[in-house]
Design a binder for this molecule. Sequence first.
Ligand SMILES: Cc1cc2nc3c(=O)[nH]c(=O)nc-3n(C[C@H](O)[C@H](O)[C@H](O)COP(=O)(O)OP(=O)(O)OC[C@H]3O[C@@H](n4cnc5c(N)ncnc54)[C@H](O)[C@@H]3O)c2cc1C
Length: 354
Amino acid sequence: MRVGVVGGGINGLSTAWALLQAGHEVELFERGELMRATSSASTKLLHGGLRYLEHGELRLVRESLQERNWWLRHVPDLARPLRLVLPVYRSASRSRWKLKAGLWLYDRLAGRQGIGAHGWRSTAELTALAPELRASGLRGGYVFYDGQMDDYCLGLWVAERVRELGGVLREHAEVRRVSERGALETAEESHDFDRVVNVAGPWAERLNAASDIEGGCRMDPVRGSHLLLERPLAVGFLLEAPQDRRPFFALPYQGQTLVGTTEVRQGLDEPIRCSPEERDYLLEAYNHYFRQAVPEEVAETFAGLRPLIRSGPDVNRASREYRIEQRGRLVTVCGGKWTTARRLGQEVARTVGG
Ligand SMILES: Cc1cc2nc3c(=O)[nH]c(=O)nc-3n(C[C@H](O)[C@H](O)[C@H](O)COP(=O)(O)OP(=O)(O)OC[C@H]3O[C@@H](n4cnc5c(N)ncnc54)[C@H](O)[C@@H]3O)c2cc1C
């Protein structure tokens, strides 16, 4: 079949890759450049997401952990295992035993291909391992493992696989309309395909609405911002923001420290950038645990819009699951994490059939 794919983020590229592997012809349309939107503004983790266990999302966590291992095994130049510390302070909102149960389950869900089991470290062991961490009130902590990637370069690696299989990747080609009959319109021309897949991330619902396609999944775009601090870090940390008890990360990344993230609902027409409030929030959270960083140490900020499926009022509890809907010859993809993009693509290829 001839398939037109809309969106050149990791989910669009992975969809194109899976369709080509299934024997289809693929032409992908990206309005800007490949991998320049949400997919290169992530926390750079290939992970199951420990916190999704709290929401009972066992299927998603298991699939993500399997996928984490796939990327680490197949693209070791761009994805590597990362040691993370989960310190336990006297003031923590989650007990040591609750964390232990979560980490135990996390290791079990990773299965035999896990990249290292978690373990408890005393305060002395932890401060030897991570001397930069605030010691007062520290009771010890857990060490566990996840994957870290260069999200932009790893996405371009997938784009290379697409080109190798004969896929056509068109940049600066905005799609104005799609249809249930398999048509797709750009400013210049109209194309007819056997199937069209709308994988436009946070903009998927808007494209369908502009095409007079009613209903389907509703998106809830939620911005997440990060800071890059000009200071190195030896291991990663999963911490609790003192302001609101939300989990956030401080990670070593390309010789700097990556701090994030936030969750702020926003409209699609608002600029996607880290606000002064988010910057202050992240700096304050970081400074609660580490030697004070001053605003001048912020080398860069960046932000992305999560393509979440609309659920309840609490964005912190919104699922990272994806959903695939078919109407006639149009397939629309909503949601999805970076880590699970390959599975999402395979699922779309199954839906398209052959
Ligand atoms: C702050 C933050 C941190 C995250 N951290 C992680 C993490 O650590 N690990 C993880 O697994 N996941 C993470 N995620 C989730 C993950 O980044 C996203 O789920 C994923 O990148 C979404 O990819 P996508 O291809 O669906 O969307 P996008 O990357 O946004 O791609 C959609 C593309 O469609 C294009 N487009 C839109 N409309 C049109 C049109 N009309 N015509 C043509 N092209 C169009 C856009 O230009 C864009 O390039 C994070 C997300 C955020 C926001």
